[in-house]
Design a binder for this molecule. Structure first.
Ligand code: CU
Length: 147
C-alpha cells in the first residue's frame, strides 16, 4: 500500500518537473519594451529599440533581423568621436549570461532602411530576431512618434 502511494508521488513529481523545464526553456531569451519610430514624411529610414534579456547560462549573439517592412535592417551604434555623435554599423550584439542589453535612442539600435511604405503611429510591426544559438524570436513592435 505504501509503495503504490510513493509511485504516484514520483509520477506527479516528474510531470511537474517537465512542465517547469519547458516554461524555463521558452523564457531563456526574451525581448521586451520594444518599439519602432514612426517614419518622417519624405524619409524611408527609421529605427527600432528594445531590451534583450538573456537569462541563460551562455552568452547569446543577435546576428540578423528580418521584417516585412524592409529588406535592409542593420544593427547600429552611436558613439562620440572627437566631440561628434557618429553612427556606425556593428555586426552583431552579444548579451552575456544572465544579463541584458538595451537598444535605445543615442545608443545601440536597429536601423531600418528603404521602408517599403511609411509607418505611422498605432501600427504594429513584426520583426524576427535571429540568434547565434539558433533561437529565432518573433516580436511585434508598436510604432511611436517622437523627435
Ligand atoms: Cu543608425
Amino acid at each position: 500500500m505504501k509503495n503504490i502511494h510513493y509511485g504516484k508521488f514520483v509520477i506527479l513529481f516528474v510531470l511537474l518537473l517537465s512542465i517547469t523545464n519547458n516554461a524555463y526553456a521558452v523564457n531563456l531569451v526574451t525581448v521586451e519594451d520594444g518599439y519602432i519610430k514612426a517614419s518622417i514624411p519624405g524619409s524611408d529610414i527609421t529605427a527600432a529599440f528594445m531590451t534583450i534579456n538573456n537569462s541563460s547560462d551562455k552568452a547569446i549573439t543577435l546576428q540578423k533581423i528580418s521584417g516585412s517592412l524592409s529588406d535592409r535592417i542593420e544593427i547600429h551604434e552611436h558613439s562620440m568621436t572627437g566631440g561628434m555623435m557618429r553612427m556606425r554599423q556593428v555586426d552583431n550584439i552579444t548579451v552575456d549570461p544572465h544579463s541584458k542589453i538595451i537598444l535605445q535612442p543615442s545608443g545601440l539600435h536597429l536601423m531600418i532602411f528603404a521602408l517599403k511604405k511609411p509607418i505611422t503611429e498605432k501600427e504594429i510591426m513584426p520583426l524576427t530576431l535571429y540568434f547565434s544559438n539558433g533561437t529565432k524570436i518573433n516580436i511585434q513592435l508598436p510604432v511611436r512618434r517622437f523627435k
